[in-house]
Design a protein around this ligand. Structure first.
Ligand code: HEC
Length: 466
């Protein structure tokens, strides 16, 4: 009994100090200290990127790290520049949202304004521990290239095709894949597929070139030179391909679905085909030894996840024609009506440099609107796959609407052309160039089953998976 009372007292005392509490809010935030409030906020929301080997330009791993940057930290949290999270969290919610509450922002401000007090060192939270080389802990398999990729220091963007062959003892199932960039400052984004070979066929996928830059040539010829197709001349020529298993952007966290959802078959022999790795311009020759971590799952696949895309290269047409004339701000629309009930799991809005805003929602047959995602200020650098907290049920007959606005005026600091020029999408692989545009809404889903609304997709073990 006594201990319960003591526990109760301690808890309410903590609640008074916490920056998340609404009671006594002003009092609590006014006295914010590092050990009381600020360390917890920083370690949860900043340290995942601001640590050695990650994308953040400096570390936020200790009190002294934070002290050195305290004024900048106050500034970037006041302006909501950090943590980077372009989706409007007053419109829809996602799993593992990295958004500070107004109270947390206030805490940081008061802490800096009051001279960055350290607080009680006895109660100071310890910095989170991360496994080196992976965001998620020890992978079951790491796939590396035999030779590093050569990036030419010619000041141009480079769009390469890479293959990462592997061989394991027996077929298995994978949970998710993590791409670990080595040249973090140069790797802009990565899109890749899993290619699986049939044991009974002939192939020599371990040989051939690992890199191909000649993406303008016929893709089949490129794949031949990389030794990707079967060599026995039988049909089909090309092995089975699983779409978008590898995805990378700075700060991107691959979703870890509950065990009944998702997963991919992983054959004994196969490769990851990064059919688009985009390196930003470099003025010096550089070598990149990025690698791929694979995490197995013990259970079998019950409910495979499918991906589809609307807009550019997708199932739905862009209206009007996708041309953005110089000196214009122009909005485009695309829509599709669902033939059967689905559970939508995640969404990935995609535009390039002159994107301005993005909005997707669904309208049911009875006229009700289901909000999906709204990005009020598009930022080319932070294009996440946003996973919903729970699968979103969309019934047959529901129409998904997507609006994208592009700013091709001189007022847009990201406009690649001065003076502005007419911009449209390119042809195939080349259209990934940032000076050309795309308007895409990619989403993952599975056929709906009753109860899907209750599945929790949030990653509870974000920083310490294993
Ligand atoms: C998803 C990864 C990620 C997270 C999370 C993140 N940052 Fe950053 N941060 C970056 C990257 C990358 C840069 C450098 C590029 C840029 O400035 O946009 C950066 C830059 C900064 C800068 C320098 C800005 C400048 O103009 O010099 C500060 C300060 C900063 N972050 C603070 C924070 C704080 C405080 C948090 C948590 C509240 C945080 N960051 C969370 C990735 C992240």
């Amino acid at each position: 009994m006594t201990s319960r009372i003591i526990a109760g007292i301690t808890l309410s005392a903590l609640a008074l100090l916490s920056c998340n509490t609404n009671t006594e809010k002003n009092k609590a935030t006014a006295n914010a200290s590092w050990s009381g409030e600020v360390a917890t906020i920083i370690y949860k929301n900043c340290t995942p990127c601001h640590r050695p080997g990650e994308s953040g330009p400096f570390n936020l791993m200790s009190y002294s790290d934070a002290l050195k940057k305290s004024k900048l930290i106050r500034f970037v949290t006041q302006t909501k520049y950090m943590p980077p999270w372009p989706a409007d969290n007053t419109y829809s919610h996602f799993a593992n949202e990295r958004v500070l509450t107004a109270n947390e922002i206030e805490c940081i401000k008061n802490w800096v304004d009051n001279g960055t007090p350290r607080g009680d060192s006895l109660t100071e939270p310890e910095a989170p521990v991360f496994y080196t080389g992976s965001y998620f802990g020890k992978p079951d398999l790491s796939i590396r290239l035999k030779e590093a990729v050569k990036i030419k220091g010619n000041g141009n963007d480079a769009f390469l095709i890479l293959k990462y062959p592997y061989q394991i003892e027996k077929d298995t199932v994978i949970d998710f894949v993590e791409f670990v960039p080595a040249q973090r400052k140069l790797v802009h984004h990565v899109n890749g597929h899993l290619v699986s070979y049939d044991e009974k066929r002939e192939f020599n996928y371990q040989s051939g070139s690992n890199t191909n830059t000649d993406t303008k040539a016929q893709l089949m010829m490129v794949y031949d030179s990389m030794h990707i197709p079967y060599t026995d001349k039988l049909q089909p020529h090309f092995p089975t391909l699983t779409p978008n298993t590898v995805y990378y952007l700075p700060g991107y966290i691959p979703p870890a679905y509950p065990k009944e959802v998702g997963g991919y078959r992983f054959k004994k022999n196969g490769l990851f085909l990064l059919n688009n790795i985009h390196y930003g311009p470099s003025n010096k020759d550089a070598l990149d030894s990025s690698y791929i971590n694979v995490f197995f799952r013990k259970s079998k696949i019950e409910r495979p996840v499918t991906e589809t895309q609307m807009g550019t290269f997708g199932i739905s047409k862009i209206e009007p024609d996708f041309v953005i004339p110089p000196n214009e701000v122009k909005t485009f629309h695309t829509q599709t009506t669902l033939p059967y009930n689905i559970s939508m799991l995640s969404v990935n809005p995609h535009m390039h440099l002159i994107g301005k805003s993005f909005w997707a929602f669904a309208i049911k047959q009875n006229g009700d609107t289901i909000p999906l995602i709204k990005i009020n200020k598009w930022d080319f650098r932070w294009q996440y796959y946003y996973t919903f907290l729970h699968p979103v049920k969309l019934e047959a007959g529901t129409t998904i609407h997507v609006y994208g606005t592009f700013d091709n005026t001189i007022k847009n600091p990201n406009n690649p052309f001065h003076p502005p020029q007419s911009i449209t999408h390119g042809n195939g692989v080349e259209s990934m160039k940032t000076t050309e545009e795309m308007f895409q809404f990619i989403f993952t889903y599975m056929p709906y089953r009753p109860g899907d609304e209750n599945i929790l997709l949030e990653r509870l073990d974000e920083n310490s998976r294993r």
